[in-house]
Design a protein around this ligand. Structure first.
Ligand code: FAD
Ligand code: UDP
Length: 808
């Protein structure tokens, strides 16, 4: 590939003449800190291959001019220059220009918007090399966002301090992350759920030319043999001291350096009569220089800026048939050194000795064969094909689940795709809504529109990777447990499971004790040494007899007596519900069993596990059916009018549906305070309850639930409140009576089905909601079958009923 600067300077309007590409993939918009025409590196290799199926726009960092510069005169506010790439018409390099002092962030945003609208580019993917570009691109809505993370940029000399924050942001918005090597992969893999290592690859035919080239380039011809060489950017990553020492130790060996000097003062580079700097060479010229070397070198310093590098030149040197000596850069050692393809040397003396061996050994058939085998597996073509497959996978996933952002705004007016209206409008993308939607689409072939007022699916179980890459539950800890095999079987269609038994400790009298109360709780609280029988006797002497168990106080004091009630339940419940346990139905505290053994599990169900890739991924799969459309950030009131003929499945609060006609049903809410700590573990159990201290009820540490390994840890505090999202229906007789009035309205509502925790005003767990939704689906299917049979003339009834039954 040869690249030539063939610049056409102009404004956005003037740029219309450049190629219009009609390929199957939408355009790729790349934002890069590396300049295309500088040194040929990973971006050029990958993006020229991307350009085989789409147009690539390569947006570089700005160039700045003095106001006196004739080029910039009269061009206040910036302009863009379009550069073509020879032999690759489907790559256009875009270079913004500004005068010193101009706001290049605002300026780039404006120039970019104009560029996109001039080109009519509404659909595109974006690809970032620099997270800094988010400062002017965050408003865009790419189909797929890729971050090709080549290096730990923040460790580079002169890196802007905000780079770390920007990268965190990019990890949040990117759909897929590629890393330029194994070490950087290890460093980033826990920060995102979709990270893939793609180490430096090789353009084998290009560098293999070095094996047959005869003539030396003129500036190299005068340098005596033996010669060893390096090509690439000359910057702070080179180990100048080592180079000087090795040159001194081997005065008869000549060291050739090709490449531009960047970021460092050229005077800092080592000098000696046997060290030669020949300046930048084009990619096309490199094999000719390489051909004249006896060995190649990677004399990198071992510091922060080289900790994660994966030098592309390693396979390039090898493809040219050169022996290579390198300092112990981790990816060189693991990728090549351990297989005996590259000599690794730590000190100057070792480096010099290794060079002696490399120069005298040259090539041999066995080594060459091993090198070839490694290199054919590492072509840029294969790397690009694998990257493209990852991008396509994201595209498929996103197109099935979440409609493009433009639809989020003009959302509910969308049609089912075939232009027909939807059969069902499902309000709420939590378990209740998603299960019913999935069944209707997959079993009855119904066209379903699912809407949610929140910007995500999953309802209260929604989980996501936070800015540190830790999987957290936005609305507090959700642990799956059930004794219903039917529910397990159904959900297992959409997820694998990670076995997990939940454990909770409560801080009481300065001790962290197991809750539910068990044998250990009693023994440790009271400094006893009872066995199960002893505990039974101990409690029997303390429990308060009740003729009727009506309230949460009744149930607890009748099971464990007053002291344990006071220590573990009374204050926790007052904090959590804003009510005394005597004012709450027994079902609330009755959720917590009492155990006479040492079983420390919080739940007693036969199946206890977490979805192995999290709840949100489970929902993505559930809603992936082609008959289902999902529209987020939309209230049902906006959507109802647009789909008058659709039947409705409503999973929001029932009182809200009926405009609070009989007054609002009371709910208890929570304020969540999420925090991340720079330590591997924060507390000894997933949840620690604080019945008697603090304003919060409990702290959850998510890594216990998810099993994620990470050097940091994220926790959430729960502060109960009256205001806010309706999380908890409050089980009290008068609330149940009020709910009954709404339920009567609901039963009379035509073509509306009410399902889930809020629509039933019931303190349901997830599995109960899934079971109810499956049952609700059965009811709807029966109604459909009945409706179908009414529409069919009597003489056809027999066969029609059979068809309807088969469909369900
Ligand atoms: P939701 O998940 O609440 O979904 C209803 C959806 O409807 C919401 O996304 C909402 O945005 C949407 N909606 C509401 N009104 C409108 C409207 N007007 N327009 C559009 N959309 C609307 N269960 C367990 O099994 N284990 C646990 O460990 C557990 N822990 C919990 C911890 C907390 C803090 C809470 C609050 C609940 C917990 N649960 C747990 C219960 C669990 O969250 C519920 O059982 C389950 O999520 C209910 O599902 P749903 O679909 O009925 O409701
Ligand atoms: N509870 C308590 N002390 C505890 C744990 C629970 O008093 O240490 C009571 C409290 O009233 C709580 C109820 O038991 O609201 C149900 O607890 P659970 O952990 O099931 O609540 P959720 O997870 O639904 O918030």
């Amino acid at each position: 590939m040869s690249i030539q600067k063939n610049s056409s300077i102009g404004t956005v309007e003037e740029s219309q003449q450049s190629a219009v590409h009609l390929a199957e993939d939408p355009a790729l918009l790349v934002f890069s800190h590396l300049r295309w025409h500088f040194v040929t590196q990973r971006p050029q290799h990958l993006l020229t291959r991307a350009a085989q199926s789409r147009h690539v726009y390569f947006w570089e960092e700005p160039w700045f001019h003095d106001a006196a510069d004739p080029e910039s005169r009269g061009r206040d506010g910036g302009w863009v220059e379009f550069l073509e790439v020879e032999q690759t018409p489907d790559v256009t390099v875009i270079r913004p220009h500004f005068n010193h002092g101009e706001d290049s962030i605002k300026g780039q945003r404006r120039l970019l918007n104009r560029f996109l609208s001039d080109r009519g580019l509404e659909r595109f993917d974006s690809w970032f090399y620099t997270p800094m570009a988010l400062s002017f691109t965050a408003h865009l809505h790419p189909r797929v966002t890729v971050y090709d993370c080549m290096d730990e940029l923040s460790a580079f000399f002169g890196a802007p301090p905000e780079l770390i924050e920007r990268e965190k942001e990019l990890f949040r918005v990117a759909d897929v992350i590629f890393t330029g090597g194994q070490s950087i992969y290890e460093a980033k893999r826990s920060k995102h759920s979709n990270v893939h290592a793609f180490p430096s690859s090789i353009d084998l035919p290009h560098f293999a030319q070095a094996r047959t080239v005869q003539s030396d380039p003129p500036d190299q011809a005068g340098i005596p043999d033996p010669r060893v060489g390096f090509f690439g950017v000359l910057d702070e990553r080179l180990d100048s001291a080592l180079i000087s020492e090795v040159a001194l130790l081997r005065p008869h060996v000549h060291f050739v350096f090709l490449g531009p000097v960047v970021k460092i003062d050229p005077a800092q580079l080592p000098t000696a009569s046997n060290i030669h700097y020949l300046g930048s060479k084009s990619y096309a010229e490199l094999p000719r220089y390489l051909a004249g070397w006896d060995a190649a070198i990677l004399p990198f310093a071992l510091n922060d800026s080289t900790r994660f590098i994966s030098p592309t030149k390693t396979p390039e040197y090898l493809a040219a048939g050169k022996r290579v000596v390198s300092t112990p850069i981790k990816d060189v050692v693991t990728g090549y050194g351990m297989a005996g393809l590259v000599e690794v040397a730590g000190t100057a003396l070792e480096f010099a000795t290794a060079l002696d061996r490399a120069i005298s050994t040259g090539q041999d058939a066995e080594w060459t064969q091993r090198v070839e085998r490694k290199l054919v597996e590492s072509s840029w073509d294969l790397t690009w094909a694998a990257m493209r497959a990852e991008i396509d996978a994201v595209r498929d996933r996103k197109s099935k689940v979440v409609p493009p952002p433009s639809r989020w705004r003009s959302n509910h007016n969308c049609s089912s795709g075939s232009g027909d209206p939807f059969d069902y409008l499902v309000v709420g993308a939590g378990f209740a809504g998603s299960v019913v939607a999935e069944r209707l689409a997959s079993q009855l072939g119904k066209r379903v529109l699912v809407i949610d007022k929140r910007p995500h699916i999953g309802g209260n179980t929604y989980d996501f990777y936070n800015e540190d890459g830790i999987l957290v539950h936005r609305y507090g800890p959700h642990i799956f447990h059930t004794s219903s095999q039917k529910v397990v079987d159904y959900l297992s269609c959409f997820t694998e499971w990670r076995p997990y038994e939940h454990r909770v400790l409560a801080q009481v009298d300065g001790k962290l004790l197991p809750i539910p109360i068990n044998l250990d709780t009693i023994n440790r609280l009271y400094d006893l040494n009872l066995d199960s029988g002893g505990m039974e006797k101990f409690l029997a002497e303390r429990v308060e007899a009740r003729t009727e168990i009506r309230t949460s106080e009744d149930i607890v004091v009748s099971r464990v007596g007053r002291d344990l009630y006071e220590k573990f339940f009374r204050n926790y419940t007052r904090k959590q519900w804003g009510l005394d346990p005597s004012e709450l139905d027994s079902c609330v505290a009755g959720r917590i069993p009492v155990r006479f053994d040492r079983d420390v599990r919080y739940f007693s169900d036969s199946f206890q596990a977490m979805p192995s890739e999290g709840f949100t991924r489970l929902f993505e799969r559930m809603l992936a059916h082609p008959n289902i459309n999902v529209v987020l950030s939309t209230d049902y009131r906006e959507a109802m009018g647009s789909h008058p003929s659709a039947k409705v499945v409503y999973t929001g609060p029932i009182d809200e549906f009926f405009d609070y006609r009989f007054g609002p049903l009371p709910y208890r809410s929570l304020r969540f305070e999420h925090k991340t700590h720079d330590t591997e573990q924060f507390q000894p159990a997933a949840v620690v309850n604080y019945p008697n201290d603090y304003d919060y009820t409990r702290i959850t540490e998510f890594k216990h639930l998810t099993g994620q390994k990470h050097e940091k840890t994220s926790i959430v505090y729960e502060y109960p409140t009256d205001e806010g999202e309706p999380y908890y229906p409050i089980p009290r007789p008068e609330n149940a009576a009020l709910y009954e009035r709404y339920r009567a309205l609901a039963s009379a509502a035509k073509s509306v089905y009410f399902c889930g925790r809020l629509a039933n005003y019931r303190y349901f767990n997830m599995d109960q909601v899934v079971a109810q939704a499956l049952h609700m689906y059965g009811t709807i299917a029966d109604d459909e079958a009945a409706e179908f049979s009414i529409q069919i003339p009597a003489r056809m009834l027999g066969s029609a009923t059979a068809t309807a039954q088969a469909a369900t």
